[in-house]
Design a protein around this ligand. Structure first.
Ligand SMILES: [Ca+2]
Length: 171
């Protein structure tokens, strides 16, 4: 293969990899202070799921829950969570939640869930200010049935890819 073609293919590859990563942002609650942040997002799956991949990273770490079930105890910058969650999604309402903990310095949590439905349609659930966030937990806060209407909208810390973390979800 000549080098020009290689460059073009590499460029297309990078575009494809980066395409679903524009939306997700590092989030936290309130003013971005505090050593722990509880975040959650309800979303709707309208058709049967062909495949679903979840990636989550927190500074410094996070416990991650999908539909009330724990997926990871320690999704952190050195080892982001990367999981096939195809069998864990359900038709209708779902909830993705994370308890992020910061030891010191920068803090935040970023998540990207890419769902491909049997129809071929792709659905993306990514951390942004539409997530709910709180400095304290409540009973059942990571469960589907939990009423998060009193929780505030999450605060954006930085876009995914920004320093000091870089594109951690693509590693
Ligand atoms: Ca930190």
């Amino acid at each position: 293969m000549n080098s020009a073609l290689k460059t073009i293919l590499l460029g297309v590859g990078i575009l494809l990899i980066n395409a679903p990563t524009q939306a997700q942002t590092w989030i936290w609650h309130g003013d971005g202070d505090g050593s722990r942040s509880f975040v959650r997002k309800q979303f709707h799956v309208s058709n049967r799921v062909r495949s679903a991949e979840l990636r989550v990273c927190a500074d410094d770490s996070a416990k991650v829950y999908l539909n009330g079930k724990a997926l990871s105890e320690s999704a952190g910058t050195s080892k982001p969570l990367k999981a096939d969650v195809t069998s864990r999604l359900r038709l209708g309402r779902n909830v993705l939640a994370a308890e992020a903990t910061n030891a010191d310095g920068p803090r935040g949590v970023v998540a990207l869930l890419i769902v491909t439905l049997v129809s071929g349609k792709r659905q993306i659930v990514a951390t942004d200010i539409t997530w709910k966030a709180a400095p304290h937990n409540s009973v059942g806060w990571f469960e589907l049935e939990f009423d998060d209407s009193k929780w505030k909208s999450a605060t954006m810390i930085a876009p995914h890819g920004a320093k000091p973390w870089g594109a951690v979800l693509l590693k």
